[in-house]
Design a protein around this ligand. Sequence first.
Ligand code: BGC
Length: 476
Amino acid sequence: MSTRNGGGLIGGDDTNRFVYVTAALAALNGLLFGFDTGVISGALLYIGETFPLLEESAAIEGIVVSGALVGAAIGAAIGGRLADVLGRRRLILVAAVIFFVGSLGMATAQNVWWLITARIVNGVAIGFASIVGPLYISEIAPPRIRGSLVSFNQLAITSGILVSYLVNYSLASQGAWRLMLGAGMIPALVLLVGMYFMPESPRWLVGEDRQEEARSTLERIRTATGVEEEIEEIERMEALEEEGITEVFKPWIRPALIVGAGLAVFQQVTGINTVIYYAPTILESTGFGGVASILATVGIGVINVTMTVVAVLLLDRIGRRPLLLAGLGGMLATLLVLGGAFYLPGLGGVLGYVATGSLMLYVAFFAIGLGPVFWLLISEIYPLNVRGTAMGVATVVNWLANLVVAQLFPQLFDTIGPALTFWLFAGLTAGAIVFTHYLVPETKGRSLEEIEAHLRETAVGDESLSMAERAPDADD
Ligand code: BGC
């Protein structure tokens, strides 16, 4: 029998509403991730006026831009392990402090090296946030709505990107790049203060043998029924697990590692951030003027957020696999058209509209599938004792792939040209479809413990089966 500590926010039949508050606060991690990766494109236009070195050297400019991605890869590399050792909540608090310090550092930079250091520091926080946001939410969420709740984080990422476009747009006339970069301090502070009052993940607590705290957390975030059962289920799984970082490389976890790392690569090499980071450049080449392309970029941000809302509503109903496959199919089609529009002569006319339309649809298809589903699945498919570490592996791969694409894209665009570049992304998207079809499991409606139990069972069974074949039917 579970004990109730009724009263106020944590009592009564609406007890589980608290889980929404907790998830929304944790999703500020995503907001900062999106804001800090999106803001640089606009700020960059004005930083050079203060630090001419930036205008003189494309390499230095590249380092300023990619500093955050390098930092994020470092943060992701250590963040997963830290989430397992320190706990999820404490790592979020650490990330919030680093976000704050990094943003302050960027806003007050006195020279280029200071700015680059602050970008890298801020990037480390982005890396931490990108793991621990979805991880924490997945562990506090009830299975029935876990897909939607974890995808709050992706919704926050896309909102952060949109806010960064809007902040840049509104501060552009003053060229106030310090304010643009410093604005991230506000959500960082809200995250720090808000998270201080939030509970630790009950799953992590059970892993640390802190059952009593886990129980009282679950009583805050669930209705009274089922708390004991949930604790018992977590304990049962916990008892099967061995401690230690090497566990992550055990054969039975391998299929899940391949799914996580594979989706991480595909999420980036299918080109989304060439649009997110370089949209104005791409749009200008379709014949838009400067202002029009910045406005159209805001439009892309709005589409990205709107379609992520659609995904949040559908993920727990339709399931992860169907949305992922439909989204990838749409990305493939729009990339083929986009390449075609650039290939044919006469981009200034009707073809310019075709190109812009397909660019926007491409973002829409990313936003209902690969965008949210990657982060969701990597928070679901790993066993408890290595969840942070294994998510870390997938997340590092994601940031490294992001870095490579961000570096290569301008060169590809200039050398092989836009048509072939987009067709290359289309080819890689076709690869992602095959990968998903054969390997990606459905996790809708199952508890994290059920997903883990299934991974164990199937590992001792036929090793040659793919995860998708082993995956339980989406609607059983
Ligand atoms: C990706 C980011 C991307 C964003 C765009 C995220 O899921 O990880 O790299 O910028 O989606 O919405």
